[in-house]
Design a protein around this ligand. Structure first.
Ligand code: MD3
Ligand code: FE
Length: 194
């Protein structure tokens, strides 16, 4: 379910939350198991954080860069995610992980499934901030041709039920200058990892 502009009124608070989290757990370009650096910079907050390195993809309670636990999930983050999930028919969503992606011009995310979480009956909530991007929403097989969905500042999407394991990605970010985020697009994804 696409909730257009659902996070618009919270955008300033969300950006302040991103600044707080990334002062403790700075953005970094993680490496895939294949050795390629991801083009989006990432950080995490909450009890679990998603990481990728030579050993694989996984959730873990500590930031591998610092050895400390991930910063706490800001209250405004958690409240927005639960409110969006409830609107989409998931009244009991309590995320334990929030992955923060920061895209600069030229960054993209190839088609993939999110399947490192324990319970696929839990939705994922995504919040887009800053520059717009074209999202690709595919099927349950990589070979299915994805549908293109534009995602703009303040849009929230709840991915649950039959959509939860569909392939998805984002096309290359075009350069721009957003009044709140400057040259970047940020995406928050709220997950129940454990
Ligand atoms: C559909 N992020 O972090 S958000 C990711 O814009 C990720 O940064 C993209 O894919 C981004 O894993 C897309 C939309 C999204 C997130 C999770 C999904 C769509 C999804 C999980 C299942 C199906
Ligand atoms: Fe994903």
């Amino acid at each position: 379910m696409v909730l257009r502009q659902f996070a618009l009124a919270d955008a300033d608070a969300l950006m302040a939350g991103i600044a707080q989290v990334t002062s403790e757990a700075p953005f970094r370009h993680m490496r895939t198991p294949g050795g390629h650096a991801m083009s989006a910079a990432m950080s995490c907050c909450g009890e679990q954080g998603w990481v990728t390195d030579a050993r694989g993809y996984r959730y873990q309670p500590d930031d591998p860069e610092s050895g400390r636990v991930w910063p706490p999930m800001p209250r405004r983050f958690r409240e927005l995610a639960s409110k969006a999930a409830e609107t989409a028919g998931f009244p009991d969503f309590e995320p334990d992980a929030c992955l923060i992606n920061r895209y600069q011009p030229g960054a993209k995310m190839g088609l993939h499934q999110d399947k490192d979480e324990d319970d696929f009956s839990q939705p994922i909530v995504s919040v887009s901030l800053g520059l717009p991007v074209v999202f690709q929403f595919g099927g349950l097989k990589r070979s299915e041709k994805p549908v293109r969905v534009p995602l703009a500042h303040g849009d929230v999407v709840v991915w649950g039920g039959p959509a939860r394991l569909r392939y998805h990605g984002v096309l290359t970010l075009k350069a721009g200058d957003h009044p709140l985020t400057g040259p970047y697009r940020y995406n928050l994804t709220f997950r129940r990892a454990r």
